[in-house]
Design a protein around this ligand. Structure first.
Ligand code: ADP
Ligand code: MG
Length: 356
């Protein structure tokens, strides 16, 4: 995408905080870059402390920026020398704990951000947004009377009602039951898409990121390592860290056979990129759990060393003859014992490889 037409564009962002001893500064975000088009949903994915919330606060205007730029609709809103106040940015935020006003009912919570409208219109607009999140029957209820999922939808409606250009969501599912999360992620995506709203959320949960976002940025140490579609991240990780972080996989050794073939312990695989200059050399080949298929008729055997029941399938850890351990998803009616040798074959296409 041409960043000149992005709704949100961040370039070379750097943010630091006073260090704990008060003597210096520590960098929380560095050299961060991303673009989000109108109507797109983006997600920053990374473990706790990697700088996700700091980025959101900076976009809102709550955090000063040391270097780089944040642009909204091609206007610089944050840089080392420019700082547009939060209330002039047209950015809405949904906080981790939803932060609903406990003493206001649902309709009043949503109307709260609509002070610029005449009071009659305020209620009707708020009710309209409640309908869009399928909660019109809860207009008079108080937040404590709602389930976690309903509270989340109210928080979302409250953020959307003033029609901001961009909505930011900080770990929007983390306080909810695990079973609810996946469904709500899909539901939230539908609501945002139906209203053509641009959103950036942050999470540490890969499944959430993949369920909701068009673009995902894998973050570590204040940096986005790759900003791409979930499909590209999974199939074309730019480095070993991302390959390892996304999905369930291990690296096995392979020897390049020709420009487009690599030999690994389990057989030959087609290469995506031309490796004719590396024939005879050793490279790392990523084998994901979905690249290995269990087949009772296969003569290629691997020993079950661990297994995790996941409902529809097992995640098996399998040991190859060389001692290398790999993963495989196996339909759960194939309930093999630990220590048993089971037949497998390779079904990998889109092979991910790295040489040094
Ligand atoms: P995340 O949201 O990914 O968990 P944060 O953006 O909250 O990460 O924090 C990134 C880093 O910045 C952490 O090391 C955190 O301790 C530090 N940090 C965050 N907020 C402050 C602050 N107000 N003062 C000092 N350090 C902070
Ligand atoms: Mg955070």
């Amino acid at each position: 995408m041409n960043s000149a037409h992005a709704l949100l564009s961040i370039k070379g962002l750097e943010i630091d905080y006073p260090s704990r001893d008060g003597q210096g500064r520590v960098t929380a975000v560095k050299d961060l870059k991303l673009d989000l088009a109108q109507g797109e949903i983006g997600c920053l994915l990374g473990s706790s402390g990697c700088g996700k919330s700091t980025v959101l606060r900076a976009i809102c205007g709550f955090e000063p920026v040391k270097a780089g730029e944040i642009l909204l609709r091609d206007q610089i809103v944050s840089s080392a020398s420019i700082h547009l106040p939060p209330n002039q940015r047209k950015v809405g935020m949904v906080f981790q704990d939803f932060a609903l006003f406990p003493h206001l009912n649902v309709l009043e919570n949503i109307a709260f951000g609509l002070q610029h409208l005449p009071s009659k219109q305020r209620s009707s607009v708020a009710l309209e947004w409640l309908k869009r999140v399928s909660l019109a029957d809860k207009a008079d209820a108080y937040p404590h009377e709602l389930s976690g999922g309903q509270q989340q939808r109210v928080a979302l409606a409250r953020a959307m009602a003033p029609e901001p250009d961009l909505i930011l969501l900080d770990e929007p599912f983390s306080s909810l039951d695990i079973e609810l999360r996946e469904r709500l992620a899909a539901e939230m995506r539908e609501i945002l898409k139906a209203n053509n709203i641009t959103a950036l959320l942050v999470t540490h949960d890969q499944f959430e990121a993949f369920a909701i976002a068009d673009k995902v940025g894998v973050m570590t140490d204040g940096k986005v390592l790759q900003w791409d579609s979930p499909y590209e991240l999974y199939h074309k990780p730019v480095n070993r860290y991302i390959a390892d972080f996304i999905g369930r996989g291990v690296f096995v050794k392979g020897i390049v056979q020709s420009n487009n073939k690599v030999h690994i312990e389990l057989g030959e695989l087609d290469l995506e990129e031309d490796r004719s200059k590396e024939v005879g050399k050793e490279i790392d080949v990523l084998l994901r759990a979905d690249d290995i298929q269990h087949d009772d008729n296969s003569t290629l055997l691997a020993e079950v060393v661990r297994k995790t029941f996941r409902g529809a399938d097992f995640l098996y850890t399998l040991k190859l003859a060389s001692g290398t351990e790999i993963f495989a998803f196996v339909p759960s009616h194939h309930d093999h014992a630990i220590g048993e040798k089971i037949g497998i074959h390779l079904v990998a296409d889109h092979v991910v490889t790295f040489s040094d």
